[in-house]
Design a binder for this molecule. Structure first.
Ligand SMILES: Cc1cc2nc3c(=O)[nH]c(=O)nc-3n(C[C@H](O)[C@H](O)[C@H](O)COP(=O)(O)OP(=O)(O)OC[C@H]3O[C@@H](n4cnc5c(N)ncnc54)[C@H](O)[C@@H]3O)c2cc1C
Length: 483
């Protein structure tokens, strides 16, 4: 593509690259610009060299799952034999004990003991009376969880973990967050699943769902995006990393011109179509002329949670068999630890392993400003006594900081988001997609779908509804039954 016409795609995460791939298949002209030095966005895979050893890690655990068979087809064609099926093991660590995740009620009951179990049941019944019988309204995330699970169980592993992720009280988070993560999950469903486990004949019990297994690229989830990038380059398309827009001009109806800083060189694009997946409020700030005041005010209310990660490489064969473990208790400073070799052996050298430790924080708070040495110290204070690993086994550690990781769904978010979206929807050649682009807590599948839908809208000259992608809110751990 020269700098006039065709489609300009800003952001080479899953959403942007899926759009590029689909457009390329239809032989459309396109250019991708990405501000980072590597493609993949939050789904990239990092490589770290420790002397002669190479370790790989994703930006947190990335299991692929989807309700959409087209995506499985797309990815298995792309990755071929590098698309591995992985037996899942994930747990929670609470009060010095491991609990399977998703929860197995009998194991959970055995772990918590009869006294706590009875108090959980009492609080569940109380909540049923309050919310079902007396019709107490569900105003926020905390209400939703208490109404469905009772205060005791809700606080045990859902409300506290949520407050840890978001850094705000659960009563200020929109109930949509619960709907997105756990809709369809209930005490009734858990009891039914347990009884089914007892009553099912042994043979049919072995049928596994996509909760028990998942797919994973052998060199990390970023392999998907590196492969799409290679294919695009082979087809003659340009993907520029270290490139970002500096201004986006419009005439109120169309995007007319995009000024780009491409590795320090100023360039001007006049694309027919613009697809972008940069944070929604950052995009608004680039618009020239600026959006109306009420849109700017709405944009100022958009907030995210940031993350700091510590990647620890270890001279030890394995720590656990888990892909990841959650730590919901608020007194523990990190929220989740992943062991990448349990996704694919290729993520660590033979006889060595690694841990990816996630801290939830706000940019510039105490955790954000800690050095990697301080974070290692803080982490080892827990891992050593728990006998996860020893200080003497640490080969190295690496600090990664990521801004705007989790869109915060506060109780008013739909109001200001709809002002922003109504404004953006007036541009006939603009497609804003992906997790940052639509301020939506998507996983890879929904970002890929949004990208594909934006591309299909251009190819078919007919706007498909990107807003509805991923609206099938249901308990996301339920998975689809494998044939
Ligand atoms: C800790 C963690 C665990 C996760 N686990 C899973 C999981 O198990 N399974 C799963 O499917 N998903 C998981 N996800 C979600 C997954 O990472 C995201 O859904 C996915 O990466 C979103 O893709 P995207 O393209 O919408 O956005 P992003 O990945 O955010 O990509 C946006 C891209 O735009 C670029 N960009 C931003 N601003 C500009 C600019 N001004 N100019 C140019 N480029 C710009 C960014 O650098 C980035 O490359 C997880 C995410 C995190 C953080």
């Amino acid at each position: 593509m020269n700098k006039q016409g065709g489609t300009l795609i800003i952001g080479a995460g899953p959403a942007g690259l899926a759009a590029a791939s689909e457009l390329a298949k239809a032989k459309k002209e396109l250019v991708v610009i990405e501000k980072a030095d590597q493609v993949g966005g939050l789904s990239k895979t990092y490589t770290f060299q420790e002397g002669e050893f190479i370790f790989r890690t994703d930006n947190g655990p990335h299991r692929f799952f989807s309700q959409n068979p087209y995506l499985y087809q797309f990815l298995s064609t792309l990755l071929q034999e590098q698309w591995l099926e992985v037996n899942r093991q994930t747990r929670q660590y609470i009060d010095g004990k491991f609990y399977d995740y998703p929860v197995r009620p009998l194991q959970a009951l055995a772990n918590i003991g009869p006294a706590k179990a009875l108090s959980f049941i009492y609080q569940y019944v109380t909540a049923q009376i309050q919310y079902k019988l007396l019709r107490k309204p569900i105003k926020n995330f905390e209400d939703y969880i208490i109404a469905h699970f009772g205060k005791g169980l809700g606080r045990f592993n859902m409300i506290n973990y949520t407050e840890k992720i978001w850094g705000v009280p659960a009563s200020t988070i929109h109930a949509d967050w619960a709907k997105q993560r756990i809709k369809g999950l209930s005490i009734g469903l858990l009891i039914k699943a347990t009884l089914k486990g007892f009553l099912q004949p042994l043979k049919t019990r072995q049928v596994r769902s996509l909760v028990d297994v998942f797919y994973y690229p052998e060199y990390g989830t970023g392999l998907i995006y590196e492969k799409i990038k290679s294919q695009l380059i082979d087809q003659g398309h340009q993907i520029y990393t270290n490139s970002h827009p500096t201004a986006i001009h419009h005439d109120s109806k169309r995007i007319t011109k995009v000024m780009v800083n491409n590795s320090g060189v100023e360039e001007v694009y006049e694309p027919d179509q613009l697809i972008e997946s940069i944070p929604i409020e950052s995009f608004l700030k680039l618009l020239t002329p600026a959006p109306p005041i009420e849109v700017q005010e709405a944009a100022s209310k958009v907030k995210y949670r940031d993350q700091v990660y510590l990647f620890i490489t270890l001279d030890r064969d394995q720590v656990t068999r888990d892909q990841w473990i959650y730590f919901p208790e608020t007194k523990i400073p990190f929220g989740r630890i992943s062991e990448m070799k349990n996704f694919s052996q290729k993520m660590s050298p033979l006889g060595k392993t690694s841990l990816f430790v996630e801290f939830f924080c706000f940019k510039d708070d105490e955790i954000w400003n800690k050095s990697k040495e301080e974070l290692l110290e803080l982490t080892m204070k827990y891992l050593e006594p728990w006998k996860f690993c020893q200080r003497s086994e640490v080969l190295g550690c690496h600090l990664i900081k990521q801004e705007k990781v989790y869109p915060i769904y506060d109780t008013n978010y739909q109001d200001y988001l709809s002002i922003i979206k109504n404004y953006l929807n007036q541009f006939s050649n603009l497609y804003y997609i992906g997790r940052p682009g639509r301020f939506r807590y998507t996983n890879q599948d929904h970002s890929l779908e949004m990208g594909m839908l934006a591309a299909r809208s251009i190819i078919d000259n007919q706007r498909y509804n990107i807003e509805d992608v991923g609206k099938e809110q249901e308990y996301y751990e339920r998975g689809i039954w494998k044939k």
